[in-house]
Write a protein that binds this ligand. Sequence first.
Ligand code: SAH
Ligand code: SF4
Length: 398
Amino acid sequence: MQTAANLMPIPGHVDPVPVPRAAPVRDDGLIDLVGLTREQIRAALEQGGLEPKQAKLRAKQLWHWIYHRGATDFATMTDIAKTQHPWLAARFVVARPEVVTAQVSTDGTRKWLLRSTDGHDFEMVFIPDADRGTLCVSSQVGCTLNCRFCFTGTMKLVRNLTPGEIVGQVMLARDSLGEWPSQPEGRMLTNIVMMGMGEPLYNFDAVRDALKIVMDGDGLGLSRRRITLSTSGVVPMIARAGAEIGVNLAVSLHAVTKEVRDEIVPLNRKYGIDELLAACAAYPGANNARRITFEYVMLKGKNDSDADARELVRLINHYKLPAKVNLIPFNPWPGADYECSTPERIRSFSSIVFAAGISAPVRTPRGRDIMAACGQLKSTAEKKSRAELDRLAAGIVG
Ligand code: SAH
Ligand code: SF4
């Protein structure tokens, strides 16, 4: 059920302030254990009435069953006394986001439209390759930042996802790939990118807590080297991301002049290119083995000249950045103001960067036919949510 408290209006183009709020309460009143830390599980068990010592042991067991084995039914947790199963089931649940639709692209890319318990829709995408499988995870419903070339940025409704909803995406992907229990070798889901809907650094705590679970050795067990967080440039949070999360960093640079970046990534009016690159240079662990990825969307006649490429090289050298550049052909969406650069232009841009000794591969668009490519995510239920909002405003539903 939606309430005014869990709907957040767009606070403005330049300085969005996401409103923190408690995790949505389930209609059935049960507490979802997914997304809780060991400590939070222990506390929830104690609150339910378990002795402290038992709560600690059970928390450890539950953690293993939930995150290592992928169990969702307490009855299957064989090292927990049978008599305790109904006690657990009466208070707790191990849930997954609801799947509204699942689509498969002609190139094998899969996209899921998911729904939170309070009725908000968000998307996740799985991109299989010969040697890896990458899950593109959302951090918010919509995005407050309104980058001009991004479909997600046009969504009116925004809410931060909870740690459970973020880690729940990874668990759902594991379910559908049949990859339980967690194994170090031979899995299809090998990499995670925080590149779905939303700006992860505007939902810092939840993203951090979720990724800690994903990286936990007795949890989902993915190495931090296989996880990449992409930000449009929330400068004050970059150092914290390095210190508290420590995954690979990708930065959506997209332009090399103030004029163009101000236009296409409005956050640039608050945190400019120089400030952003200085923060990148200070990112811990940034060295040649773990380079920072600079994403650069190729927009025809906007940011794709040879002069732009040379300026990009100059900036990277000036800040002594261990960098690679990811050139992303613009993925179109209905009503977009831009067009994709021509293949020749992209080649020319790429070769200038390459010639300077910086890797600059062109990212092959994946899943365009099902609107699953970079920047094409926008949940179809947005309209419904607006209508619900209007009904709410008119006092028709409570
Ligand atoms: N909000 C974060 C992460 C999500 S977007 C960020 O902006 O970094 C993942 C990447 O896709 C970003 O580099 C984003 O700028 C890019 N992107 C957005 N819209 C796009 C589009 N229509 N075509 C190609 N890339 C796009
Ligand atoms: Fe938000 Fe990233 Fe899209 Fe910009 S590109 S609107 S930050 S999701």
